[in-house]
Write a protein that binds this ligand. Structure first.
Ligand SMILES: *[C@@H]1O[C@H](CO)[C@@H](O)[C@H](O)[C@H]1NC(C)=O
Length: 177
């Protein structure tokens, strides 16, 4: 019992430490609609050119089971590929779980027009992290970028750099697909 309390306590500490003020946890309902990926940061073993892939906007929608779904239409040489990922709201506010039980934190910046999504996972016996700044518009916003950079440095150190993905238009799927 004590061990359980201790573990839960640690979990809460991690959440609090993971998201400093002025961030507020996002609920699924508040995330619905269209978003643009403004910046990336992370130490995932991804080749540098991959980071330069143009990224289309994505949406959060409710699927037929009323679950939250991340959707993005990706332009590939063979055409337009719809990508979907279901997210389940976790017990802690602002946490979302994938089917593989990956835990993703999504917290709003003040005003709720920007949010930071954060993931830390293990790959090839090593921990890595990945984070993004997402926004409701493509407009530049100095304040949101400042907060994102602060957040990134708290996670990855002072020398960490953000990556700005080129923007792509979402491709349109044929109507009958
Ligand atoms: C993907 O394409 C379909 C069909 O054109 C469109 O209805 C949908 O809104 C697009 N989704 C995103 C996330 O852009």
């Amino acid at each position: 019992m004590q061990l359980l309390a201790f573990t839960v306590g640690l979990g809460l500490l991690f959440v609090a430490g993971a998201m400093m003020p002025p961030l507020t946890p996002a609920r699924a309902e508040q995330l619905l609609g269209k978003w643009y990926i403004k910046r990336w940061a992370g130490d995932m073993p991804i080749p540098e050119w991959k980071w330069r892939d143009p990224l289309p906007p994505f949406t959060f929608e409710r699927n037929h089971f009323e679950e939250l779904e991340f959707r993005m239409n990706l332009t590939k040489p063979i055409g337009c590929i719809p990508f979907k990922l279901t997210l389940y709201e976790g017990e802690d506010l602002g946490t979302f779980l994938t089917w593989w039980r990956h835990l993703i934190y999504i917290h709003f910046l003040p005003g709720k027009n920007f949010a930071i999504a954060y993931f830390r996972g293990k790959m090839n016996y090593r921990y890595y992290q990945i984070m993004m700044l997402m926004g409701r518009t493509l407009n530049t916003n100095v304040e949101s970028l400042k907060i994102f950079k602060e957040f990134m440095r708290s996670k990855m150190g002072q020398t960490a750099k953000t990556k700005k993905p080129p923007h792509a238009e979402a491709c349109e799927l044929p109507r009958d697909s």
